[in-house]
Ligand binder design. Structure first.
Ligand SMILES: [Zn+2]
Length: 97
């Protein structure tokens, strides 16, 4: 009978080790994803949508030119909201495309 208890204990310990590893790995992956994103932003490959904060490719086609700066958006919805916000703030920019 004690053999069974030992086996169950061993399986439980293995299970805990495996579960811990799995959780640790998931957390590391998330951290690496965030670091990868920061690297892409720093390299100019990705830009942040100023309206909703989503990261998008730096060659996204939905843009608004603001002087020598170009804002890029994930959707026309975001671009329109951004322009609306500027308008309410007393600025008006012509939408591109
Ligand atoms: Zn957006």
């Amino acid at each position: 009978m004690w053999k069974w208890l030992l086996l169950i204990a061993a399986v439980y310990v293995l299970y805990r080790l495996f579960a811990n590893d799995f959780l640790k790995k998931t957390k590391t992956d998330e951290k690496e994803d965030a670091e990868e994103m920061e690297r892409k932003v720093a390299a100019g490959e990705m830009v942040k949508d100023p309206e909703c904060g989503v990261y998008i490719s730096a060659d996204a086609e939905i843009t608004v030119r603001d002087g020598d700066k170009t804002h890029r958006f994930c959707s026309y919805d975001c671009r329109d909201k951004f322009l609306q916000r500027l308008k309410e703030g007393g600025r008006q920019l012509p939408p591109e495309i």
